[in-house]
Write a protein that binds this ligand. Structure first.
Ligand code: FDA
Length: 308
């Protein structure tokens, strides 16, 4: 892992920076590259524009590691309200959330109960999926356990797995008999070398290995989402899908709003399913730092605003 990337990931966890940096004007300008705005209405407006090209979306209300149970209840209410709004709009919008935003860092049971209420409302109001993000490795076991528990009650739940973790192959093999909905990502957190591949080439190799495992066991997964902006990997996955006789209608690529839009276009032209994840909310600092760490050149983009 590069020193710069390491520094940005360390900064993403720094409490002082988290409370001060979001007020700096040039940082606020920089974050606009990755999110249409802080308000729910900004996310809906961006979804509306994408819908003109028939591109479906996933909404994420930014937040993580809440410090008070009452914050978990506010997040719950926000999502219940959002599901109502989505149902009214009748648009193809799904939701993705972080379990520490629902209080997994404070209480497993409270987080589970909030998650279950959101899953029940999603099930009642739409045919769409409720996606569970995967956070730092301290939460991996608990996140998978909560997913498995919820999956016994609702089928419309998807789980994110991270290719940089050594354990993911084993986790995926254990999940496959449960007919899971899986979103595969490379992984965005700062992890020690004891649990995760440090070299990008090893993460990429493991991503392709796990993608093949998903395609090979296609019957075992209802929804497969390859969440990556890596053009080479997307082409490899398409080739492997032919090898495993999985029609490209049976899986999708997911990408983040504002990143690699030419690849999004290219895949759509090749008649692949593409879904865009739109983030909004005012707690964007740690999430934004992880976006910078993924491509440190983004820092120069933000710095340009200082000199303007
Ligand atoms: P890689 O980092 O190799 O990038 C490939 C190319 O994409 C780069 O060369 C560049 O062109 C472009 N690119 C990638 N990131 C960029 C950026 N920030 N700015 C500009 N260009 C960029 N992670 C996690 O740990 N838990 C989760 O729940 C999720 N959820 C999630 C959902 C969705 C829909 C996506 C797309 C991603 C996530 N992630 C995530 C993030 C993921 O783990 C990973 O950090 C990023 O997707 C970057 O990795 P890539 O696969 O894009 O490859």
């Amino acid at each position: 892992m590069s020193i710069f990337r390491n520094m940005l990931l360390l900064a993403s966890e720094n409490k002082w920076m988290c409370s001060h940096v979001p007020n700096w004007k040039f940082v606020k300008m920089g974050v606009k590259k990755f999110m249409p705005g802080e308000e729910t209405g900004d996310a809906f407006a961006a979804a509306e524009i994408l819908s003109h090209d028939s591109i479906p979306v996933v909404f994420t209300y930014l937040g993580e590691n809440i410090t008070r149970p009452s914050d978990g209840d506010s997040v719950l209410n926000h999502y219940l309200d959002l599901i109502e709004k989505i149902a009214k709009e009748k648009s193809n919008i799904e939701i993705s959330l972080k379990l520490t935003q629902l209080g997994l860092n404070l209480s497993n049971d409270d987080a589970y109960n909030r998650l279950k209420s959101i899953a029940a409302k999603t099930h009642e109001k739409s045919d769409g999926m409720l996606w569970i993000d995967m956070e730092g490795s301290d939460y991996t076991t608990r996140t998978i356990e909560l997913y498995k528990r919820l999956k016994t009650e609702f089928d419309n739940i998807g789980l994110c797995l991270q290719a940089y973790l050594f354990r993911t192959e084993n986790d995926l093999k254990k999940l496959l008999p449960l007919n899971p909905n899986i979103r595969l990502v490379k992984g965005a957190y700062k992890e020690p070398g004891t649990v995760a591949f440090a070299e990008k080439k090893d993460v990429d190799t493991n991503y392709l290995f796990l993608a093949k495992l998903l395609l090979k066991n296609f019957e075992g997964s209802r929804r497969i989402a390859f969440a990556t902006h890596d053009a080479k990997l997307c082409s490899q996955i398409l080739r492997e899908s032919i090898h495993y006789s999985v029609n490209k209608n049976n899986f999708e690529f997911q990408m983040l709003y504002g990143i690699n839009s030419h690849l999004q276009k290219d895949l759509i032209e090749r008649r692949c399913n593409v879904r865009i994840l739109i983030s909004y909310g005012n707690f964007w600092y740690p999430w934004y730092m992880r976006r910078l760490a993924e491509r440190p050149a983004n820092v120069w983009f933000a710095l340009k605003y200082i000199f303007r």
